[in-house]
Design a protein around this ligand. Structure first.
Ligand code: FAD
Length: 316
C-alpha cells in the first residue's frame, strides 16, 4: 500500500482488496481509489499486449480496472468475455461498461444476465452516436438516455450490481449548457447510480467547479476523476475534439516544443498528468481513473512519480 503525504489526510493508494467487491464499498476505506480503463483486444497480438499491460499494472495494485463496451469501434461482443477473463486469469475486479447502443431492453437484459457472477460493477452508459451521425438514435425497444438504463438495471436486478455513470466537467458535447447537463446528470444519479467517473480533462479547475456545483445541487455521490496522460499529440487532438475537453495553453506549448519526438511527448504527458493527480488528491478527489489505451508506461510512470514526490509504501 502507498500513502500519499501532503494530501490533507493520510490517503492510501495501492491495494488489491477490491477483487469481488462493489466499488461503492471501496470508497468507505478513507483513501482515494485508483483504476485503469482498457478496451477489449481484437487480435491475438492485441490480446498478448493487453495481458502484458494488465500484468504490469496489476503490480501497482489498482482497486479495479474497467473494460469498455464498443468505445471507438472496439469489439463490443468481447467485453463480457474480457471482464470474466480479467477476474479469473488476472485476479482483478473488472467493471463492465455497458451502453444502450444498438440494444433493445431484451438484448440488455441478456447481457446483464451474462455479467452476473462475473462482476459486481457496471458503468451504465448511453453510448455515442455511430461515426458520421450527430444524433444518438435508440434501438427499437431500447433506451435514449443512460438514466433509463440505470432505472432498468435497478428494476430488473435490484442491488446485484454497483452502478457507475459518466460525468462531463466541461459539459457533454450534445448539451446546450453545463446547467442542463447537470440537471440530466442529477436524473441519472437519482435513477440509482452509486458513483460517477468523469470524462478526461486537462484543467483541474473544471473538475473542482463541477464537483462544487454537484454538491450545491445535493448530488452527493463520489466523482472519480478521469485522467489521460498524453502519449501522442495527434491522439490527444482527436480525443479532445470528440469529447470537448479543452487543452490548457501551457500543455499545448509544451507539446508543441516536444514536436515529433515521441519520448519527449511522453515525458510532457507524464509530468502534466502527475501534477494533475497530485493536485486532485490533495484537494480530496475520491479516486483517479486512468484512460490507458491498453498501454502501461504512461500510467505507471505517473504513479512512480507520485511515489517519488511523497507517496510511500505503508509500513516502509
Ligand atoms: P447520457 O447520460 O444519456 O447523456 C447524453 C446526453 O443526453 C447528454 O448531453 C445529457 O445532458 C443528455 N441527457 C441525459 N439524460 C437525458 C434525459 N433524460 N433527457 C434529455 N436529455 C438527456 N462509450 C462507449 O460507447 N463505450 C464505452 O465503454 C464508454 N465508456 C465511457 C467511460 C467514461 C468514464 C465516459 C465518461 C464515457 C464513456 N463512453 C463510452 C462515452 C459515452 O458513451 C458518451 O459520452 C455518450 O455520448 C454519452 O453517454 P452517457 O452515458 O453520458 O449518456
Amino acid at each position: 500500500m502507498f500513502t500519499v503525504s501532503g494530501a490533507g489526510k493520510d490517503s492510501i493508494i495501492g491495494t488489491q482488496l477490491g477483487y469481488g467487491m462493489k466499488i461503492r464499498e471501496m470508497f468507505g476505506r478513507g483513501r482515494p481509489l485508483f483504476s485503469f480503463e482498457f478496451f477489449p483486444a481484437k487480435t491475438p497480438e492485441g490480446e498478448r499486449q493487453l495481458f502484458q499491460t494488465l500484468a504490469e499494472l496489476k503490480g501497482l495494485g489498482p482497486d479495479f480496472v474497467s473494460v469498455t463496451y464498443g468505445a471507438g469501434g472496439s469489439a463490443r461482443g468481447k467485453s463480457v468475455e474480457w471482464v470474466e477473463r480479467i477476474g479469473r486469469e488476472v485476479g482483478l475486479e473488472a467493471m463492465a461498461h455497458l451502453t444502450c447502443a444498438d440494444s433493445s431492453r431484451y438484448d440488455l437484459e441478456i447481457t446483464l444476465q451474462k455479467l452476473q457472477g462475473k462482476t459486481q460493477n457496471i458503468l451504465a452508459l448511453r453510448g455515442d452516436p455511430p461515426r458520421g451521425q450527430k444524433r444518438f438514435e435508440p434501438a427499437p425497444g431500447g433506451f435514449s438516455h443512460a438514466n433509463e438504463l440505470v432505472a432498468f438495471i435497478r428494476e430488473r436486478f435490484g442491488d446485484t450490481f454497483c452502478l457507475g455513470g459518466a460525468a462531463y466537467p466541461e459539459g457533454h458535447p450534445e448539451s446546450d449548457s453545463l446547467q442542463s447537463d447537470l440537471a440530466n446528470l442529477r436524473l441519472k444519479v437519482e435513477a440509482g447510480l452509486d458513483f460517477l467517473i468523469t470524462q478526461l480533462f486537462f484543467d483541474n479547475q473544471h473538475y473542482f467547479r463541477f464537483v462544487e456545483r454537484l454538491e450545491r445541487m445535493g448530488v452527493g455521490v463520489p466523482v472519480v476523476a478521469g485522467i489521460m496522460p498524453v502519449t501522442n499529440a495527434a491522439q490527444v487532438w482527436r480525443f479532445t475534439k470528440m469529447c470537448g475537453a479543452s487543452i490548457p495553453a501551457s500543455l499545448l506549448s509544451d507539446l508543441e516544443k516536444a514536436g515529433e519526438d515521441e519520448s519527449a511527448v511522453l515525458q510532457v504527458g507524464v509530468e502534466y498528468a502527475t501534477g494533475q493527480v497530485e493536485e486532485l488528491l490533495a484537494q480530496g478527489a475520491p479516486g483517479i481513473h486512468f484512460y490507458t489505451l491498453n498501454k502501461s508506461p504512461a500510467s505507471r510512470r505517473v504513479l512512480e512519480n507520485l511515489k517519488r514526490a511523497g507517496v510511500q509504501r505503508r509500513g516502509q
